[in-house]
Ligand binder design. Structure first.
Ligand code: HEM
Length: 172
């Protein structure tokens, strides 16, 4: 996957300048990889707690006034009814048959509705710029004498990776 991203960035951006936001539409595989990272990692797994101001019913469920409601975004992102092999890291799921980026409404890392993350557009730009600049400049490797990074994280308000070792190799 990293090799494919390097190829795409080198083809679209070249080696003489850094990636820009304007390149994004042409970096379909790179963008799909970022979406897949957000799905699999689900860094805000339970969104933000909300208070139910009025009692309501949703399908068979009665939600009493005063309930605290937590959306399980992690479960949506790992639901086998929505994603083929949900535990597999596969950016292709965000590409159509022509290799164009295909966003999916089931991917909701910033939640949905009136209280959707207010910083979502800024966050998407930051993720894209940090990721493409790093991949433009470096190859990431697991050091030979270290174990692979754990795919289990530490839970809190955000779901964070456990410490791991990575080698940055400068690209030509
Ligand atoms: C990858 C980065 C980020 C993720 C995954 C994320 C995710 C979320 C989620 C899931 C919520 C809860 C939405 C809800 O209550 O239904 C939220 C709320 C919020 N986020 Fe983010 N966020 C990110 C970055 C940012 C940034 C960069 C900012 C500010 C510049 C920001 C500001 C906020 C604020 C102010 C709220 C509360 C909105 C409200 O209650 O009306 N977030 N975020």
């Amino acid at each position: 996957i990293q090799h494919r991203i390097h190829q795409e960035i080198d083809l679209v951006v070249g080696r003489n300048r850094l990636p820009r936001l304007a390149d994004k539409t042409e970096l379909a595989f790179t963008s799909a990889t970022l979406l897949e990272v957000q799905r699999l990692a689900s860094i805000a797994p339970l969104g933000v707690p909300h208070f139910c101001g009025e009692g309501t019913t949703i399908g068979p469920y009665t939600i009493p006034k005063g309930s605290i409601v937590l959306p399980n975004l992690w479960a949506i992102h790992h639901d086998p009814d929505l994603w083929v092999n949900p535990d597999e890291f596969n950016p292709e799921r965000f590409l159509d048959e022509d290799g164009e980026l295909q966003e999916k409404e089931e991917l909701i890392p910033f939640s949905i509705g009136r209280r959707v993350c207010i910083g979502d557009n800024l966050a998407k730009m930051e993720l894209y710029i940090f990721f493409t600049h790093l991949l433009h400049q470096f190859t990431f490797k697991k050091p030979d004498d270290s174990p692979p990074p754990s795919l289990q994280g530490d839970s809190g308000l955000s779901y964070s990776p456990k410490p791991f070792l990575v080698e940055f190799v400068v690209r030509d």
